[in-house]
Design a protein around this ligand. Structure first.
Ligand code: BDP
Length: 611
């Protein structure tokens, strides 16, 4: 298959035709589609927008909660100008499993709802004619899917999903779909790794193509001046007096990759590359050999009506709010985001902790409450987890690292969120997953997983595999809350003493309180704005006290949709911003703190930069 996971780009030799817009749509609750030949065309359909989730478009509950198969269809024109080219249909994602048909024939299938894939369609298209693409998708969850959950059937025969995670199971064609036209001999992959040499930088690169013609690289600076050239599929480029990519101070070079036959350009592809190194030493985290302290958010891709559909307008607003609040990072909780987020983060100098959709690895529909209450779920005791789930997990990691490996913004991989770490069989699973990430990533970025409150030294069988320890902690919210907040602080200290002794850097990847915007009370009560402030003050005291803490990412950037339930009032309200992206009062407190942290600080007699 051509193109692999390169982002679709229009260049001298390549074309991209957007297939976004209105598509035909049809539910298939009895899974009869294939038997009735729906792959050749759908009858009696709805019309829905792509990209978007289907769930919040309709006004009835059956549509919102639908679980099972559903189908999309649209037509697209193929010009005879493309006869000697490779044609692929590229899906930004299809959540969670998809089968793609073109002109009635199965082209490809894909498992995993948050990563791109291609269908090579050369063999079936008709030229100078309209062609039909039909996609069957399924949104059900089980112990082998990423994320994990289960599907149940109600007495009335309708299916529903029970996620083992705390966000709505939005589904559909949630990211852009495009027709990608490339030359037969083309660039299919491009990998970079950076090394600093005083003022200069070495960029080691590796280009994969489908042919034997020579490869040339041209590097341009931000003023479009050619600063370096190199030849060969694998080689090193020296950039004199390199401008490095730094948090909140990004610099991007344009890397132009060419396949040439003498002076004729056979294929051309461009990527914007930030030059930087990332590393962990002792209990500190470094970018370009400078210590870094992360501030920011755990996020979701979530917005009113469009659900988890990619919308560049919402994304832009999110980046503006991130910058306004003085933050320098976010985690793509709890799945890989649309590629535009990473391009934007490269450009804005925002550090990303890039997360695989390995969430729900704890057998519970309210995992935090159950784990905090001491319920041991033994997720890793099931054999199927070590076979099917692990296979899907590794496949998602492969696609994620393949897709995101060149982004300067991606500085840390998060390989799971809140898994069961207490089962003995968890250790082997974690070791294999962590080794695999190391093998896949030529930049050897630090690896972590976001750990649940019960995963503490002495009990957790897995933290030793991490380069960075990430803590999701809710002292003062899920337990020891309200008037018991002072006890929360005392227990919190006990745990932190243990982490301080471990000798690894610690990032807080979650902490927060559900807070209803506009609800306040003096003295405070839980859910009020004043309580939220008291809670955050406690956490800030803690972060400032322990040296091993190298980052703080609040939960969550904005309020977001979850399943309905007695612990959730139309969703999770831990947002620093409302779902419509307006600040709650706590946002101003964080802004003050993070802006102060972003300044130059004095430490142990030497001056060092927090960002
Ligand atoms: C943790 C999860 C996160 C939840 C959060 C919460 O990692 O997805 O939304 O807690 O309960 O369990 O708010």
């Amino acid at each position: 298959m051509a193109n692999e996971l390169l982002y679709p780009k229009h260049t001298l030799t390549r074309s991209v035709v957007s297939l976004d817009g209105m598509w035909k749509f049809k539910w298939d609750p009895a899974s009869i589609g294939e038997k009735e030949n729906w792959q050749s065309g759908l009858q009696h359909t709805e019309w829905v927008p792509v990209p978007s989730s289907f769930n919040d478009l309709f006004t009835d509950k059956d549509s919102r909660e639908y679980a099972g198969d559903f189908w999309y269809e649209r037509e697209f024109f193929v010009s005879s100008d493309w006869k000697d080219k490779d044609l692929d249909v590229r899906f930004g994602c299809a959540t969670h499993k998809a089968v793609v048909y073109v002109n009635g024939k199965q082209m490809t299938s894909h498992v995993g709802g948050f990563l791109p894939f291609n269908a090579s369609i050369n063999d079936v298209v008709e030229y100078d004619a309209y062609n039909r693409i039909v996609v069957k998708i399924n949104n059900e969850l089980d112990a082998t899917t990423l994320p994990v959950g289960k599907s149940i059937t109600l007495k009335n025969g309708k299916k529903m999903v029970k996620p083992f995670f705390d966000f709505f199971n939005y589904a559909g064609l949630q990211r852009s779909v495009s027709l990608v036209i490339t030359p037969k001999e083309s660039i299919i992959d491009f990998t970079v790794k950076h090394e600093l040499k005083g003022e200069d930088a070495l960029v080691h690169y590796d280009v994969e193509t489908t042919g034997e013609h020579p490869v040339e690289i041209e590097v341009y600076d931000e003023s479009s001046h050619l600063v370096a050239v190199q030849t060969g599929k694998q080689n090193t480029i020296e950039i004199k007096q390199a401008n490095l990519w730094r948090p909140l101070d990004a610099y991007l070079y344009c890397f132009r990759v060419l396949i040439k036959d003498k002076e004729t350009i056979i294929d051309e592809y461009e990527e914007e590359i930030g030059i930087r190194t990332v590393e962990v030493k002792g209990d500190k985290f470094y970018i370009n050999e400078e210590e870094v302290y992360l501030t920011g958010y755990g996020k979701h891709m979530d917005f009113d009506v469009i659900g988890r559909g990619m919308d560049p307008v919402v994304m832009k607003r999110d980046f503006e709010l991130i910058k306004w609040s003085g933050a320098n990072s976010f985690r793509t909780a709890h799945y890989p985001y649309d590629e535009l987020f990473y391009q934007m983060a490269d450009r804005e100098g925002i550090v990303i902790i890039d997360e695989v959709a390995a969430v729900g690895f704890l057998e519970s529909t309210k995992n935090f409450l159950d784990a905090a209450g001491g319920k041991v779920t033994g997720f890793f005791n099931y054999d199927i987890v070590h076979q099917e789930t692990k296979k899907n997990h590794k496949n998602d990691m492969y696609e994620l690292i393949q897709r995101d490996k060149n982004h300067a913004s991606v500085c840390i991989w998060s390989l799971l969120n809140e898994p069961d770490t207490l089962s003995e069989r968890a250790t082997g699973y974690f070791e294999e997953i962590f080794d695999y990430a190391w093998e896949l990533d030529v930049q050897k970025r630090p690896r972590t997983f976001a750990s649940i409150g019960t995963s503490i030294p002495g009990k957790c069988n897995c933290y030793q595999v991490c380069d960075i320890v990430s803590l999701n902690r809710y002292y003062g919210w899920y337990f020891l809350n309200g008037f018991e907040l002072s006890d929360a602080e005392a227990f919190f200290h006990q745990e932190m003493e243990l982490w301080q002794d471990v000798g690894k850097p610690v990032i807080f990847t979650e902490y927060g309180t559900d807070t209803v915007n506009g609800l306040d009370k003096l003295p405070s009560v839980m859910w009020s704005e004043t309580y939220q402030k008291e809670y955050y003050d406690l956490y800030h005291r803690m972060f400032d006290y322990y040296d091993c803490v190298v980052g703080e990412q609040v939960w969550n950037f904005a309020d977001f949709q979850t399943v309905e339930g007695k612990n959730r009032m139309n969703g999770n309200k831990k947002g620093i911003f409302t779902r419509s992206r307006q600040p709650k009062p706590i946002a101003y407190l964080l802004k003050e703190r993070w802006e102060a942290l972003a300044g130059v600080q004095e430490g142990d007699g030497e001056t060092w930069h927090l960002i």
